[in-house]
Design a protein around this ligand. Structure first.
Ligand SMILES: NC(=O)c1ccc[n+]([C@@H]2O[C@H](COP(=O)([O-])OP(=O)(O)OC[C@H]3O[C@@H](n4cnc5c(N)ncnc54)[C@H](OP(=O)(O)O)[C@@H]3O)[C@@H](O)[C@H]2O)c1
Length: 224
């Protein structure tokens, strides 16, 4: 039996790059994986190449995408990975639209899916992983609003954790329950390719990942 047999995962921005790697890792551990992106051709290729992958053609910047996706799939694992390619130029050479591109995609996705995950809510034991960036710590002077957008994803993870603890009925479990679930969380991290070795790789590439869970314990926001 594989570690994620019977689980449903949704990877937002799962058609290429890091997202496709996460899709492949989750499918290899037995999860039914839904990959969401805008390019139909890439999604079709992915579905053909990886067993157990289903696809969703959608744009995260549209208001209906988050509620429709979560209501239709009810994931145990939700990975918010989509990101706009930042416009690379000094601030004085950018338009506001270029500067704010990552806010419209990365931050909006985190806001919209995070909000919907709490409103549904996702089932206890579900995990949400938000893919941020090392730029959230050090800044990134040539990529406009990118670093600020990626930092805001951290704040959103904290706000959503707080909102979940204080206002989602039934989401809170005791500390003992939390301790009992820790091995499961490690298994997920391992299955998603976040083993110790991969953590180092992610750190080197500058990716930052934060998450929160619906089983009551606080998954600390962390940069790995
Ligand atoms: N690459 C790096 O070095 C690096 C470093 C640090 C952090 N990160 C973060 O890691 C994440 C993934 O990066 P990556 O380099 O793997 O990106 P990527 O190769 O450009 O892939 C982005 C994914 O998101 C999807 N996407 C983009 N905009 C979307 C939208 N509006 N609606 C739906 N899907 C959308 C893309 O598919 P479609 O275009 O078909 O929609 C694609 O599947 C991002 O959040 C990025 O900020 C990357």
């Amino acid at each position: 039996m594989r570690q994620l047999d019977g689980k449903i995962a949704v990877v937002i921005g799962g058609s290429r790059g890091f997202g496709q790697g996460i899709v492949r890792a989750l499918a290899a551990e037995g999860a039914v994986v839904w990959a969401l992106a805008r390019n139909a051709g890439r999604l079709a290729q992915l579905k053909q190449a990886v067993a157990g992958v289903q696809t969703l053609l959608a744009d995260v910047t549209e208001a209906q995408t988050a509620p429709q996706t979560l209501r239709a799939t009810r994931p145990d694992i939700l990975v918010l990975n989509a990101g706009a390619t930042p416009s690379m130029a000094p601030v004085h050479q950018q338009s506001w639209e270029q500067f704010a591109r990552t806010w419209q995609t990365d931050v909006y996705m985190t806001f919209a899916f995070g909000k919907e995950a709490l409103l549904l809510p996702l089932a206890p034991g579900s995990v949400v992983v938000i893919v941020s960036s090392g730029a959230a710590i050090g800044g990134s002077p040539l990529s406009g609003g990118y670093a600020g957008a990626k930092r805001t994803q951290w704040f959103l993870a904290q706000y959503l954790q707080h909102d979940q603890r204080t206002s989602v009925p039934g989401a809170f479990r005791s500390a003992a329950h939390a301790r009992a679930r820790r091995p499961r969380r490690r298994r997920f991290a391992h299955a998603a390719g976040l083993s110790q070795r991969n953590r180092v790789r992610h750190q080197q590439s500058g990716a930052g990942i934060v998450g929160w869970g619906f089983s009551g314990y606080s998954i600390r926001c962390r940069h790995i």
